[in-house]
Design a protein around this ligand. Structure first.
Ligand code: HEC
Ligand code: HEC
Length: 238
């Protein structure tokens, strides 16, 4: 009896060893690894690049071509240090009190240090394509509310103004200590015409120096029909 158990144990250990051996040799096959493996930090950076709408201003894969005021990022390569890139993303660039053209927003209060580090890794890796890291499409034939709902995510409004425009995203150094809601009575009272809402999105508004995050200038970046769609969508919120 005991002997059978012992043989069984020896056999299963042997089986395990063979299994591990097979797994290890499979994992080490260079051809497969090269085709499927991607540095998780590069992958995370690519998804952050889409989620925070970097791609909406700097173009898909940072190739530019959206606005003459927004540079392409692909040519940067390693010419900017990790510290320089981290500072630009956290503190913004080119913001003026009265924005007349797009500026690089201050992301410090909105994007975590880990996410900024992944973005920097992604930019220094040359912004390669990463599967599924693509912006949500904005349908042109499903009515303005649907287009506006998609644009709200596509352009990353949701990161600063929250889901359904509920606001409340912390902006500690700003007078209100938070990014304002785009819903509710106060908003509706102040922004009581389509033109007022549209003009604010187009022009942006600088409420203070970094580390305060301000409303980006979207003129020349978001086409007019999508600005109108955003307004239509905001008017469907609570
Ligand atoms: C609303 C448009 C907009 C968005 C969104 C945006 N940027 Fe920018 N970004 C700019 C503009 C405009 C500049 C150029 C500022 C200047 O030089 O005055 C810039 C500059 C930069 C630079 C410096 C480029 C250089 O060659 O000096 C980096 C790096 C950068 N952005 C990264 C990002 C990342 C990462 C994101 C997403 C988290 C992002 N940007 C989102 C508009 C934008
Ligand atoms: C980087 C963060 C950020 C992003 C991204 C952003 N906003 Fe804003 N937005 C702000 C801040 C901060 C204010 C407050 C500005 C002020 O009080 O002058 C604001 C104000 C507004 C206002 C006026 C509301 C009020 O009470 O002052 C509207 C409308 C608005 N944003 C719409 C949008 C839309 C639409 C998008 C996407 C296309 C967007 N925002 C993207 C930060 C952001």
């Amino acid at each position: 009896m005991r002997r059978t158990v012992a043989v069984g144990v020896v056999l299963s250990i042997l089986g395990l060893a063979i299994g591990v051996g097979a797994w290890a040799s499979h994992g080490a096959r260079p051809a497969t690894a090269a085709r499927t493996a991607i540095d998780p930090h590069v992958a995370a950076g690519a998804h952050d690049f889409v989620q925070f709408a970097c791609a909406a201003c700097h173009g898909s894969l940072g190739r530019g071509g959206v606005s003459p005021f927004v540079p392409a990022l692909a040519p940067i390569g390693k010419s900017l240090t990790v510290a320089q890139l981290t500072r630009i993303i956290t503190h913004g660039l080119g913001e003026s009190k009265n924005p007349k053209r797009p500026f690089m927003p201050v992301w410090g209060p909105v994007i975590s240090k880990t996410q900024v580090a992944d973005l920097v890794t992604y930019i220094r890796a040359g912004l390669p394509p990463v599967k599924y890291a693509t912006p949500i499409p904005i349908p042109g034939n499903q009515g303005p509310v649907v287009a506006g709902m998609a644009a709200y995510v596509h352009y990353g409004c949701i990161n600063c103004h929250g889901p359904n425009g509920l606001g409340g995203v912390p902006n500690p150094q700003a007078p209100d200590k938070a990014v304002p809601p785009l819903s509710g009575q106060d908003f509706r009272k102040e922004f009581n015409t389509d033109a007022k809402i549209l003009e604010f999105i187009r022009s942006g508004s600088v409420i203070g120096k970094p580390p305060i995050t301000s409303m980006p200038h979207w003129g020349g970046i978001i086409p007019n029909w999508q600005l109108k769609a955003l307004v239509a969508y905001l008017k469907t919120l609570k």
